[in-house]
Structure formats: C-alpha cells, structure tokens
Design a protein around this ligand. Structure first.
Ligand code: ADP
Ligand code: MG
Length: 264
C-alpha cells in the first residue's frame, strides 16, 4: 500500500507538471494559430503587388536570400505547413492534458453501460459517418448495472471508436460497438470491433504504452489506448485485443455487474 501511495504521489506531481507545461505551450501556440492565417493573407497580398512589378524588379530579385520566383512558389505551402504544425502541437498538448488530468480514484457509481455507449457514439457520430457506411450499435438487452464512472468509460469508448474508424481502408468496412451480459462471470462485456487494417503481432505488446503510435504521419499521439487502459484498470478490468492483419481488430473489456441480490 505504501508503494501505491508513493506511486500515486509521483503521478500527481507529474500531472501538475504536465498541466503547467501544457498551459505554457498552449498560450503562445494560440497566438501562432490565430495570427498565421492573417500573416498568410498579408504575405500573399504583398506577393501579388510584387508579381505586378516583377519585370522592373529584375531577374535577381530576392526575398530572405532566396530567388523571388522560388520563394513565391514555395511560400503558400510553407505557411500551410506552419499552420498544420501549430495545429498538431495543439492536438498533442490537448491529449497530454487529458493524460495528466488524473484525479486519484475515479468515483464509481451504479452505471448503465448502454446509456454510456450511446452517449459515446453521439460524441463521435460525425467521425463514424465519415469513416464507414456500416456502423452498428448492438446494445444487449436487460443488462445489469455495473460499478463505473460514466465520463471515464465514455472516454474509453470514444478512443476505441476513433481508433476503429481510423483503421478502416474505406467506408464499406464495418465498425460495431456491442454490449452484452455474461451472467456466468457476473460481468457486462463491451466490445468495439472493426474490419480495418489489423495490428501487427509485434505491435500488440506496445499498444497501451504512452506515445506508442503508428500514425505519426496523420498526427496520432499514442495516448488514447494508454489512457483507456488506465481507466479500465481503475475499474478492475483490462483491455483485450484480438486482431488479424488485413481483417480487423476487436477490443473488449468487462465491467463488474452489480449483483442483483445486492440491489434487491
Ligand atoms: P493513436 O491513435 O494516437 O495512434 P492509440 O493509443 O489510440 O494512439 O493507439 C496506438 C496504436 O495502436 C495506433 O497507432 C495503432 O497502431 C494501434 N491501434 C489501435 N487501435 C487499432 C485498431 N482498431 N486497428 C488497428 N490498429 C489499432
Ligand atoms: Mg487513438
């Protein structure tokens, strides 16, 4: 128990540190994001003025030490890349803040898994519809309530649903969110299945490591599964992965049902 307390103290200190750093980065980055579009418009306007006087400026005319024509050709993309970089910083910092915002133990309360699943789907509805024409929500009937924290479980489901959507090669592939009662084990099982790219066997052990991502190009932060695994663990469960490369992935976890005896 002593060990757990020390660990909890370290995590809290880390959380404070990360929140502080995130704040310090987000503020100046906010100026960048706000002003970049204006700067871009101003520079491109100025270029048009220069374009009109291109002839009289001469062949050797330079901007910032580069031949004008080359600078002129590259400028729009340079500015767009800077803006994209700023947006990426914002995404990483937002994810980090989420990661750091760990109050000690989450308050567990009697929770309706189906209601939480439906709420999670509503949150990412737009992303789901963009990613697939074949989304199904299969809510188990007469589920017992579980002990859980609705906000946190919703966050897990949002992460799993977004990962499923991002794994699809095209909208004809299906994504399914299902809940069901397992009376023998006294659990409610939640499952997100996709017909996406699947996970390479060598990646499986690292999926829940903070910052592990195969989506560097598209701006993945590698924090979604790490956060989700921690949350499920706080509920006494574990994330289970089943995957076949090229065929798809199923991620599931179980939540302890509140025994009907105790409820009566
Ligand atoms: P991110 O989505 O930002 O990359 P995550 O922690 O959510 O970070 O996921 C980590 C990695 O696990 C992903 O980059 C991806 O390689 C893999 N992964 C997670 N879910 C799936 C899935 N449904 N199908 C295929 N790969 C997945
Ligand atoms: Mg993710």
């Amino acid at each position: 128990h002593q060990q757990q307390l020390i660990q909890a103290g370290k995590m809290a200190a880390l959380g404070v540190l990360v929140s502080g750093v995130a704040h310090e980065i987000n503020n100046p980055n906010g100026y960048i994001l706000l002003n970049m579009p204006i700067l871009k418009a101003a520079l491109l306007d100025a270029c048009e003025v220069l374009d009109a006087r291109r002839q009289e400026l001469g062949a050797r005319f330079e901007l910032a030490g580069l031949p004008y024509d080359r600078m002129r050709a590259e400028l729009p993309q340079m500015l767009d890349e800077m803006l994209a970089g700023g947006r990426r910083i914002k995404r990483i910092v937002d994810d980090l803040k989420n990661f750091a915002r760990r109050e000690d133990a989450p308050a567990l309360e009697p929770m309706d898994v189906n209601a939480v699943a439906a709420a999670a789907v509503r949150l990412v509805d737009v992303s789901i519809r963009k990613a697939t024409h074949r989304f199904t929500l299969e809510l188990g009937r007469d589920l017992p309530r579980v002990l859980g924290n609705p906000q946190r479980i919703e966050q897990v489901l949002v992460n799993l649903l977004l990962n499923a959507c991002q794994a699809l090669p095209g909208p004809e592939r299906a994504v399914r969110l299902a809940t069901r009662h397992d009376p023998a084990r006294g659990e409610v099982v939640v499952e997100v299945a996709d017909e996406g790219a699947g996970i390479a066997p060598e990646d499986l052990p690292r999926l829940t490591d903070p910052f592990f991502t195969t989506k560097r190009e598209t701006g993945g932060t590698g924090l979604g599964l790490s956060i989700s695994a921690t949350i499920v663990k706080e509920h006494g469960g574990a994330l289970q992965f089943e995957s076949a490369v090229g065929a798809g992935t199923t991620v599931s976890f179980a939540l302890r049902a509140i025994s009907t005896e105790a409820a009566a």
